[in-house]
Design a protein around this ligand. Structure first.
Ligand code: MG
Length: 226
């Protein structure tokens, strides 16, 4: 097939942003994370945050609590992306993480280290506010405004299920297993053949860590200690 590009969002799709931000906000307030109610809205209004308060806390979460480094990965993400990549699909990570002024070095470095530590494969990494500019064949996203903008531009978008996007029209995936099957359906629906997996000797999930230089950088074991 011609190159098939899957655009993959990070926060709320590959990474559990809600948990990472909850831990950072709780640390900031000196409370137990469980004291914060479950996130139901995109803007965390249930935590008593207006836009200005959100921006201050989010900056501290990124810069001081290093949220992009310690964020839990959403289960099944790396395995599914490796299988799609092995099937010939090009993974393009698209994230809007550069909204923290004067924090770009931390945001980019922690993002790249996190992708390596969690063995997430990708061919391109885009730090983009306007996701309609990146020309993927299909997208996975959780943010209602991104999904609407992409669809208005004619893109195929799979909604990654989160409490704040339950009103958004499907298709919808409840898990990475469902993402994988939707993407393969999209590829073959258009008459493309899916490439047989390449016979790598090592397991997909261990392939990236096994090939990284051992220079004392972050490892999956050390990433949870922040
Ligand atoms: Mg997102």
């Amino acid at each position: 097939m011609g190159e098939y590009i899957l655009g993959v969002d990070l926060d709320g799709v590959c990474g559990d942003h809600a948990t990472a931000f909850r831990n950072a906000v709780a640390a900031d307030r000196g409370i137990d994370p469980a004291e914060l109610p479950a996130q139901q809205t995109w803007n965390f209004t249930e935590w008593g945050l207006d836009r200005a308060a959100f921006e201050v806390l989010h900056r501290r979460a990124v810069m001081e609590h290093r949220m992009f480094r310690s964020m839990p990965v959403i289960p099944g993400c790396a395995d599914a992306l490796w299988r799609l990549s092995d099937a010939g699909i090009s993974i393009r990570i698209i994230t809007h993480r550069l909204y923290t002024n004067w924090g770009h070095s931390v945001a980019v470095t922690d993002t790249v280290d996190w992708l390596d530590a969690n063995a997430i494969p990708y061919r391109d990494l885009c730090f983009m506010g306007d996701k309609t500019d990146v020309a993927a064949n299909a997208y996975v996203d959780d943010a209602p405004h991104n999904i609407d903008a992409l669809r208005a531009a004619g893109a195929e978008v799979l909604v990654f299920d989160q409490p704040y996007n339950s009103e958004v029209t499907g298709p919808r995936a409840l898990s990475w297993f469902e993402v994988e099957h939707w993407v393969l359906d999209q590829v073959t629906r258009d008459g493309n053949a899916v490439q047989a997996p390449i016979g790598f000797a090592d397991s997909a999930i261990g392939r990236l860590p096994n090939h990284l230089p051992q220079t004392g950088g972050p490892s999956p074991e050390s990433m949870g200690e922040h």
